[in-house]
Design a protein around this ligand. Structure first.
Ligand code: HEM
Length: 576
């Protein structure tokens, strides 16, 4: 004591302060510990390092495209829910159909939020991207409503069929007449990419992408990639330490880059917006999402037409790669299971005969429905779900999921659970022989055990595009099987092992997949050629494009030097 009293008064005061502060901290910790001890336990977690949890394993698995297998293994070990710490983030994985029903569907009001992504949602997308927006943001509700009424309801999905039929006919024509495309898997992958991107660009902007080498495809892909990468744990330091967001702009290089990117993307959208406007004034517009927004007296309730244009870009991003991957996985199945391929071909030819199949044929060919369901079960394009966040504590079978947790619908684990699907690694469409439901009916099944798969997510954030996706995959499957033979390439290592050609999307094949596709015979080739000629002649006219300079001159938004403050509702873009 005497030592303390001999110290200067300021040091004594400091020590007293530290003592009081320390005791308070200790009391709080004890209270928290006691509070948590009285609560239900958290879900189990795999053993990991004290400091960073399981970060090393997750990174190692990501490098070889095998995260889905790592998380599947943990699901088998820990059951319906487990949590895993990756650095400062804890992620909860939901691994059973029953838990999905309880947590995502029945508690959807508490699990529809997204985690906070400062760079991706707030800066790169300026809070305009439906996929990243919080469910509590009124813009999210509005965008979902408009997506449904303007693009993805059954009538609007049907209105997109002419684009889909045209684009797939063009693709078949290219494939049948240029054997290099079918021989080189990279070329085939790109050609599939062109028709999916072009179909959705036609349905959203009313502008097609006629050439496989069009830089638009890479641009859209790269834009989507940056947004998604920004949602991965630890990608941006400010998402780990949110207080950094309060620093002045000159100390935040990530924000300057993100704002620039937003400006660039917005310019890109506005450029297309202006093309459509010019097209309209010449009376050459078509039945697509954005032209319809412009047509509408109140721009379908959008605060600005720029928001609608930006949403159109996001819709291509959401639609194109998932659809392209579905086609690619389907080809993997067909080259691996030739007997399924032949059966599919016969079932289609029986109904369709000597013409190109169309979506309307699906009703008469239930086997195609089985092929679609099995493709999405076997290789879900979004195999680990897009994270949701809880807005209050939830309870499931004696476990607690705290408020603010990040939830993943582990579609891969559920769809490869042998208790749910016999012999889950086998591509076996007959498992769905008694299931005639379409995607919507299956999502809404009252008994979740009857749900076909979880590829489109669940709850309030369920993918709004499934009617459109269904049309796309049905037509793709029917047209491939009707006209082409799919087999492993000459360099393929047999027996085929998906780990040899793993792609960037976990659980999906990569573009290096050794597949070849050849037209069945000369007669088929000439039917395709004739059908494409007719499709091109009767095609809905596209909006005419203008040189960029003519469009940008009239727009302050196109001035690329004016950064970074963002405003929407540019009066020049309002309806005349
Ligand atoms: C095979 C094709 C597709 C698959 C597998 C797929 C899958 C998904 C998944 C898993 C989600 C996240 C759901 C969740 O958070 O629980 C999602 C969201 C979304 N999808 Fe799709 N999708 C596909 C096609 C489409 C298409 C064609 C469109 C539009 C025409 C579309 C538009 C969207 C949008 C806007 C969201 C964000 C919804 C929100 O956050 O509220 N998708 N999709």
């Amino acid at each position: 004591m005497s030592i303390i009293t001999s110290l200067p008064i300021t040091v004594q005061a400091g020590l007293i302060f530290l003592g009081v502060f320390g005791s308070l901290l200790l009391v709080r910790r004890l209270q928290k510990y006691k509070h948590e001890r009285d609560l239900l336990p958290l879900p189990p977690q795999p053993t990991g390092s004290f400091l960073v949890g399981n970060m090393a394993e997750v990174i190692a698995a990501s490098k070889i495209g095998q995260q889905h297998l790592l998380f599947h293994g943990w699901a088998q070990e820990h059951g319906e829910i487990f949590r895993v710490r990756v650095g400062p983030f804890t992620e909860y994985f939901i691994n059973s159909d029953a838990a999905v029903k309880e947590i995502f569907d029945k508690s959807s009001a508490q699990t529809a939020e997204r985690p906070r992504w400062i760079v991706s949602n707030e800066q790169i997308c300026n809070r305009l991207n439906v996929l990243l927006l919080n469910a509590s943001d009124p813009r999210w509700k509005h965008q979902r409503k408009v997506i449904h009424s303007g693009l993805t309801s059954i009538p609007r999905a049907d209105a997109g069929l002419p684009f889909l039929h045209y684009e797939t006919a063009k693709f078949m024509h290219e494939l049948a007449n240029n054997p290099t495309i079918g021989r080189e898997s990279k070329e085939l992958f790109n050609a599939i990419g062109r028709y999916t991107y072009s179909t959705f660009a036609s349905q959203t902007f009313g502008l097609d992408i006629p050439d496989t080498n069009d830089p638009t495809i890479d641009y859209i892909f790269e834009t989507g990639l940056a947004q998604i990468q920004g949602t991965l744990p630890g990608n941006h330091i400010v998402d780990i330490l949110p207080w950094l967001d309060n620093l002045p702009l000159f100390l935040k290089p990530w924000e300057r880059d993100a704002r620039k990117r937003f400006r660039r993307d917005m310019d890109w959208c506005i450029e297309r917006l202006m093309r459509i406007r010019k097209g309209r004034s010449r009376n050459v517009m078509q039945d697509a999402f954005l032209p319809r927004v412009l047509e509408d007296e109140k721009n379908l309730g959008f605060a600005s037409v720029e928001e609608a244009a930006y949403l159109s870009l996001q819709l291509i991003i959401g639609a194109a790669d998932t659809s392209k991957m579905s086609t690619w996985s389907f080809l993997e199945a067909m080259m691996t299971y030739p007997e399924v391929q032949e059966k599919g071909h016969e079932e289609i030819v029986k109904v369709v005969g000597n013409r190109l199949p169309v979506f309307e044929d699906l009703e008469q060919i239930p086997y195609v429905r089985c092929l679609m369901k099995e493709t999405w079960r076997w290789r879900p394009p979004v195999s680990l779900g897009h994270p949701h966040m809880t807005t209050r504590d939830l309870e499931y079978k004696g476990m607690r999921i705290p408020k603010g947790s990040r939830l993943h619908l582990n579609a891969w684990a559920i769809q490869h659970d042998p208790d749910r699907h016999e012999d889950p690694d086998r591509f076996w469409p007959e498992r769905y022989s008694d299931d005639l439901t379409n995607t919507m009916q299956s999502i809404n099944a009252s008994d979740v055990r009857n749900r076909d798969h979880f590829a489109f997510g669940s709850g309030r954030r369920v993918c709004p595009g499934y009617h459109v996706a269904e049309r796309s995959l049905a037509v793709t499957i029917m047209r491939f099987l009707w006209g082409f033979k799919i087999s492993p390439g000459p360099d393929a290592k047999l027996p085929l092992d998906p780990r040899d050609f793993a792609g960037e999307m976990p659980g999906n094949p990569g573009e290096q997949m050794p597949v070849t596709v050849t037209v069945r015979d000369d007669k088929t080739r000439s039917i395709i050629t004739q059908a494409f000629k007719e499709a091109a002649a009767t095609r809905v006219q596209l909006v005419r494009t203008l040189p960029n300079s003519m469009i940008c001159d009239s727009l302050t938004f196109c001035n690329r030097n004016r950064l970074p403050e963002i405003q929407l509702g540019n009066p020049q873009l309002k309806r005349p």
